[in-house]
Design a protein around this ligand. Sequence first.
Ligand SMILES: [Zn+2]
Length: 280
Amino acid sequence: MKRRFLILFAIGAALLLFAGCGVAEVPEATDTPEPTGTPFAVEIAQVTLPPTATPAPTDTPEPTPSPTPTPKPLEGKIIGIDPGHQRKGNHDTEPQSPDSPIMKAKCSSGTRALGGAHEYEVNLEVALRLRALLEELGATVIMTRESHAVDISNIERALIFNAAGTDYALRLHCNGVDNTSRAGAFMLVPQTNPFLEDCQRAARLLIDAFCAKTGANNLGIVARDDQTGFNWCERMIINIEMGHMTNPEEGKLLSDLAYWDLMAVGLCEGILAYFEGAGL
Ligand SMILES: [Zn+2]
């Protein structure tokens, strides 16, 4: 019995020793959670990041101001440009107006600067520059021609504007006269037109803006009843004679690329003034 007790005691002591070892290691074990604690915190931080992404929905109010882009000033306006003449004139004839017995050439040849550009070239060069400027301002531009190798009569040019329902139609020309000292720009307007007052206001604004920009003499406005391009047109329409190619100085200017740019800017300003309601 005593021996048995001794054995039990020995086992108990041994257990206590092991247990002692075990207890001694406990502080070491409590140290280890510390390093694992930091990655765990990072994980938590990462998990909590997505909720902070919710401020993005609060950014959605920002897109709402974007639907208010300021509309371009000529948005929705249809503007017709007729660069007068073409490389080869067409001398077949057509009625000057729907109810007139008078017949006129379908498309005359136009004038030319002495030693410089042809009128049909200047008219198209300015027209193409003007189109670019007007389109930048939001306008829809209808051109009667975009090259010299065309055969379009004056009636056909007017009908293009009628079909397109243009809000503003402009015929671009340069003048040629025997008196070589005559220089300057002027307007032609129809004598009869459903929008006669608009034609007159547009002509005033255009010649003023054109001459202010280019420095050309302002020779005013002339009403004409003999222009096929006017008489067949049922839309508001005007014609500018941008200068005299028969004047040596002005003929040189009208053949100059930088002056084409300048003329286009002047015309664009005059058209813009019309749509802004100037002169009403
Ligand atoms: Zn002409």
